[in-house]
Design a protein around this ligand. Structure first.
Ligand SMILES: Nc1ncnc2c1ncn2[C@@H]1O[C@H](COP(=O)(O)OP(=O)(O)OP(=O)(O)O)[C@@H](O)[C@H]1O
Ligand SMILES: [Mg+2]
Length: 260
């Protein structure tokens, strides 16, 4: 009799455990990234409405992942907004076309908007008041996917450290408007494992650290999903490659280069 009772309690708890993620109340939906292997690392994708920092040194593939993510969305009819600080609008378009991502078509259809740094040609005072035109555009366009490439411009906009920190928090709040899901790239001068963490790393919901793994003359791009709030992520380091289709993450592999 006791065995039967235990069996039924066991069976009930087992069914609770295997309940699919989508059935869990208040669980945020996952936004698929379009980057091969990345959704797998993130336990399904980016949580809807989250803000993720993609950090790394030059040439590691930050902009490629960020644009690939936007392209995945616009192809499915999700409005996308790119704030391209590093390059002007026409350079951003030609960057995408190198991967055969037809950003131009979606810009013309009004599904994709590209803003460049000219949107921030305001005084520090105005910016700290309301982030000016960007706030209005987000309100009107209601993007589902937002990319900022990169957020390093904050270093130039805010000289005062406290003002900078306050505005980083306000900027992250702005990104979360209307359940928009954001990737922002961050230039990382130090290479792994000597990362100097700052406010962006701590205040974001997610952190993906990209880095170069080096042994003598050999160099290999790698990615490490450091954190994603509310998700059980794979925190192992995996190698990546940039191909003509964008970034590919090899989730079953470990770096082939062992640094000395
Ligand atoms: N079709 C392609 N196939 C393979 N590699 C490519 C291709 N197109 C670009 N790349 C590589 O991608 C690299 C640039 O990647 P990306 O611009 O995403 O880096 P990043 O991390 O944003 O760099 P930065 O910090 O300079 O902005 C180039 O150096 C180039 O080697
Ligand atoms: Mg870049």
């Amino acid at each position: 009799m006791q065995d039967v009772r235990f069996a039924s309690i066991y069976s009930a708890s087992y069914h609770l455990l295997v309940k699919s993620r989508q059935e869990v109340p208040n669980m945020k939906k996952s936004v698929n990234t379009g980057v091969s292997g990345l959704d797998e690392l993130l336990d399904g994708g980016l949580p809807e409405g989250s803000v993720t920092v993609l950090s790394g040194p030059p040439g590691v593939g930050k902009s490629t992942i960020a644009m690939q993510y936007l392209y995945e969305g616009v192809q499915k009819g999700e409005p996308g907004l790119l704030l391209s600080i590093e390059s002007n609008t026409s350079d951003a378009l030609s960057y995408a076309s190198a991967f055969n991502w037809d950003f131009d078509k979606y810009v013309k259809e009004g599904k994709l908007m590209i803003l460049d740094r000219s949107i921030f040609e305001e005084s520090e005072m105005q910016l700290s008041h309301d982030f000016g035109a960007l706030r209005d555009i987000m309100k009107e366009m209601k993007p589902k996917r937002f990319v900022v490439d990169s957020v390093t411009f904050f270093d130039f906009l805010f000289r005062d450290e406290i003002a900078k920190k306050m505005n980083i928090m306000r900027f992250i709040d702005l990104m979360k408007t209307n359940n928009c899901t954001t990737i922002m790239t961050l230039k990382q001068s130090e290479n792994f494992p000597n990362i100097q963490y700052n406010e962006w790393h701590f205040l974001s919901d997610g952190l993906l650290a990209m880095f170069w793994n080096r042994n003598h003359a050999e160099n290999e791009r790698c990615i490490w999903a450091v954190k994603m709030r509310e998700r059980n992520i794979d925190t192992n380091i995996h190698p990546i490659k940039i191909t003509e289709k964008g970034v590919v993450i090899y989730t079953n592999d470990v770096p082939s280069i062992t640094a000395p």
